[in-house]
Design a binder for this molecule. Sequence first.
Ligand SMILES: [Zn+2]
Length: 418
Amino acid sequence: MADCYDYKECLPAEERERRQILQIVEMINAGYRKSSRIRKIFSELPLDHSEIKTLNDFEKLPVISRAKLIELQTSEPPYGGLNDIDAEVDRIFISPGPVYEPHLSESDHLWARAYHAAGIGKGDVVLNAFSYHMVAAGLTFHGGLRNVGATIIPSGTSSSQLQVQLIRDLAVTAYTGTPSFLMSIITKAEEMGYNFKNDFKMRHACFAAEPLAPSLREKFESEYAIDTYQMYGATEVGDVSFECSEKKGWHICEEVLLEIVDPATGRKVLPGMLGEVVVTRFNNTFFLFRFGTGDLSRLIASPCPCGRTSFRLDGIAGRVGDAVKVRGLFIAPSQLNKIKEKFDSAKFQFIVSRTSHEDILTVRLEPKEAATDTASLEEKFRKYFKDVCTVRIDRLEILRPSALRDDDKMIVDQREWK
Ligand SMILES: [Zn+2]
C-alpha cells in the first residue's frame, strides 16, 4: 500500500465512483433547496433534479466557464446565487474578473494531499511564497501545509533578497510558490555569495499557478538537489490534482469530480483523448457544478506504481482556445512542441482543411538537413505524432531545406464553416 494521505486515495475504482455519485446527488439536493440559481438552471433543463442518479445524468448539466461565472456574479452579486445564503463563510477571496469565492471550510483537506505526496510533513519549515493578499493562494496553501504538520513562513511575494534571508535564518527545508520565483530567489542567493545547495537546507519544492518547464525541473533537481512536485487547481474549485513521487501524471484529488469533456457538447471524451478539464468540488456551501477551467488535458487511466488508484491528469496541454480540433480530437500547441523536440529542430506546418465534410490533416515537414531516407523518417514521424496527438496524419509532405520561413504559422486552419 502506498504512503497515502488517507484510505480514500487507495479505494477501488468502483467504490470511488459509488461515493462520487452519492456526493453529487447530495450536493444537487442541497443546491436545489438552498440556491435560487440552481433552481433556475433546472427550470431551463428538460429534467428534474431528482432524475440525476448517475455520472452520465450529471453530464446533462451545463458547464459553467469562468466568463459565465463572472456574468452570473455581476447580475447577482456576490456569488451569482450559487451559494447557500444561510451558510457561515469564514472568508471571501477575490480573483481577477472579479470573481468572489466563499472559502468553504477551515476543516477541508485543500492541498494537503499534494504536500503529503511530495514528502512534506512534520519537521518541515516551508517558505510559502504565494500571495496572501485578496486571492485564495497564500491562505489555502498555508492551510494544506498546516494540515500535514509543517511549519510555515508566510513570506508571500516579499523581495527575493528577504526570501534568501528567511531561508538562511529559519533553516527552511521546502518551498511552495511558482517555479520562476524560486529560480529568481536562487539567483539572488548566488549574487549574495551563497552556494544554494551547500549553504541551505531546502530539499523540496511544490509548484502551482505556472507550468514547470522540464529544463527548469532538471536544473532544480540536479544542480540544487531540490525534489520538485507540481500541483494543479483553480481558485473557483480549490485543489484538483497533484504529482506523486513517480512524477508521471497528476492524481485527482478525492474531494472533486473531474471530467474531461468536449467543450462543444459538454459530454465526456474517452480516457486518453484531450478535452477541457471540468471540475465540481463536493461541498454544501457553494454550488458551482461543472466548472469549465478552459484547460486542456487528458486522463491516464492505467494504475500508478505509487499505489494510489485515482486516474491521473496528463499535465496541461494548453488552453481550449489555442488548440485546433481535427476530426473531433484536439491538437494543442504544447503537443506540437513536444514533437518538435523529438525531431530535433525540424520545422513543421500543420494544415487542417476540409473535403466532403471530412477534416484532412496535412503535415509539411522540413528536416534540419536534407533527408536521405524519407520513407523511414515519414514512418517514424507518423507513429510519434499518433502517440502524442492521437490523430492520424492524412498527408505528409517532406520539404527541402529552407522551404518554410521562420514566421510561418505552425497551425493553419483552412476550414470554412458555412
Ligand atoms: Zn502515483
